[in-house]
Design a protein around this ligand. Structure first.
Ligand code: ADP
Ligand code: MG
Ligand code: ZN
Length: 480
């Protein structure tokens, strides 16, 4: 037996902080950071006698996320108490949803090795986030309730993923959809998107699932993939050596690169769920659902197809561009204003992506408007500047935000289109390079490249390379 004889089965529970201004049951801010316990009030710190009021925007955002992932939306839904005793939760229960989640039966398409595959979503429900424990040496444990009561959606997938790689692809896709729907900033480093990875293995051909373990609270795509890789191997090794898998909660230790057992898995009945008596059921009429559906932007999959057909860009480039809504919008505005959409996509994928990477900037912080990228592309398309001058202009645009026309004007970068001047220069280069010319005339066609190089140098790259070659060949061929 070997690893190849096993199939890996993975389902995810993804927690995503919604970008509402205020918390789910009180008016406190949801802003990240702040001094500990300064974004709190009696409601979100669970003082006796306080009553929660549901923030309407939370429902709207959760419905947006549900519609964007092809879920059905429940017109009648309710909230429940999930009871557990831990200091990050001052009420000793979390308001969540148990049997009637707001969204259910959705699906997300991912592309694995060139093939489209559907990952089912069991449900999306709303709940409140807990506080943060800080374990300080010498001071014992401290608790910060700023995050307590920040609205979350929990997205639960079916056990449909079959490799760690699919986890990475799914998470990227989900993040992109959530960003498009504008429900969360999805900042992994601030914990606004985190996931639990449930994983089991089974012999290939088997129809029953194996016992699963759950790796909790993973806050990077990379860690999720690595945790799944490690855990699959660990489970297979355990089974192969005659052991059994214990259903338990584990933790990913990125420093050691291993998963570590935390506790045996809790069951739903451990939480003693019961309907939240302080909150009304959530009624979402059909008309409201349709209104929200209409307000959603075009999702990345549809954009990809449209960009390929409408602008003629390659599927690979389209994938890269539609991954972020900001970039997709940027591309489309530039493409509309330019003479060649394909060139626009090339500039984005090569120059803009690498600049953003260099500057460690997020998409959206491109220092000039898409119309200016279109202007640059047009200058090249119209042969006013060469491609290599275009790169210099681009670098300056990035530094100064100036328009390419201004830069070309100020620096006198226009392509030399005066044939007379180029012919004179070509004659000069030819007469001072006897050996190269002799090579060319004896049949070494590529010798002309060296002459062209000299001319480009003399013109500081401002000559049209094609024109230069034509002129050189004209003169040389007359010498044959
Ligand atoms: P619980 O409510 O106890 O956490 P669920 O049945 O709701 O358990 O499943 C939680 C997650 O675990 C889901 O994402 C589901 O797809 C996944 N899952 C369930 N069974 C398995 C299994 N045998 N192997 C891998 N993942 C599983
Ligand atoms: Mg669970
Ligand atoms: Zn509060």
């Amino acid at each position: 037996m070997s690893y190849q004889d096993y199939e890996i089965v993975i389902g995810l529970e993804v927690h995503c902080e919604l970008k509402t201004e205020s918390k789910i049951f009180c008016g406190c801010t949801t802003k990240f950071g702040g001094d500990p316990n300064t974004h709190c009030c009696p409601i979100c710190t669970g003082m006796p006698g306080t009553l929660p009021v549901l923030n309407e925007n939370v429902v709207e955002y959760a419905v947006r996320a549900g519609l964007a992932t092809n879920c059905k939306i429940a017109e009648f839904s309710k909230q429940d108490r999930k009871n557990y005793f831990y200091p990050d939760l001052p009420k000793a229960y979390q308001v969540s949803q148990f049997d009637l989640p707001l969204c259910y039966e959705g699906e997300v398409e991912i592309e694995v090795n060139g093939e489209v595959k559907k990952v089912g979503l069991t449900r999306i429900h709303i709940e409140e986030d807990a506080g943060k424990l800080l374990h300080e040496a010498g001071e014992g444990s401290l608790v910060d309730y700023n995050r307590c009561g920040v609205p979350l959606i929990e997205i639960v997938t079916e056990p449909d993923m079959r490799s760690p790689e699919e986890v990475g692809i799914f998470m990227q896709k989900l993040r992109s959809i959530l960003l498009y729907s504008d429900v969360s900033d999805c900042k992994m480093n601030e914990g606004s998107l985190r996931c639990d990875v449930n994983l089991s293995v089974r012999k290939k051909g088997s129809t029953e699932f194996g016992t699963r373990t759950e790796m909790k609270n993973i806050n990077s795509f990379n860690f999720a993939v690595k945790a799944a890789e490690y855990e699959a191997k660990r489970q297979i090794k355990t089974i192969e050596s005659g052991g059994t898998i214990v259903q338990e909660t584990r933790r990913w230790d990125d420093v050691k690169g291993v998963t570590v057992s935390m506790r045996s898995k809790e069951e739903a009945h451990d939480y003693r769920y019961f309907p939240e008596p302080d909150l009304m059921p959530i009624i979402t009429p059909k008309e409201k659902i349709e209104e929200i559906r209409k307000s959603l932007p075009e999702m990345p999959d549809l954009r990809k197809v449209r960009y390929i057909s409408e602008y003629g860009i390659s599927p690979k480039d389209a994938d890269l561009i539609v991954a972020s809504r900001n970039m997709a919008d940027y591309f489309e505005t530039a493409a509309k204003a330019s003479k060649n959409a394909k060139t626009v996509s090339n500039w984005i994928i090569t120059e803009i992506f690498s600049k953003l990477n260099e500057d460690q900037k997020e998409e959206g912080s491109i220092p000039f408007k898409p119309e200016l990228l279109a202007e640059l592309v047009n200058l090249i398309e119209e042969d006013i500047i060469s491609n290599s001058i275009g790169k210099k202009v681009f670098a300056q645009m990035w530094e100064t935000g100036k328009s390419p026309n201004t830069i070309v004007e100020e620096e006198g970068l226009k392509q030399i289109s005066d044939d007379g001047a180029l012919i004179d220069m070509a004659k000069e280069v030819i007469s001072s390079n006897e050996k190269v010319v002799a090579d060319y005339l004896s049949g070494k066609e590529q010798a002309v490249q060296s002459l062209m190089g000299q001319m480009m140098k003399k013109t500081k790259g401002q000559a049209n390379p094609k024109k230069v070659i034509d002129i050189l060949k004209d003169i040389l061929n007359q010498m044959k």
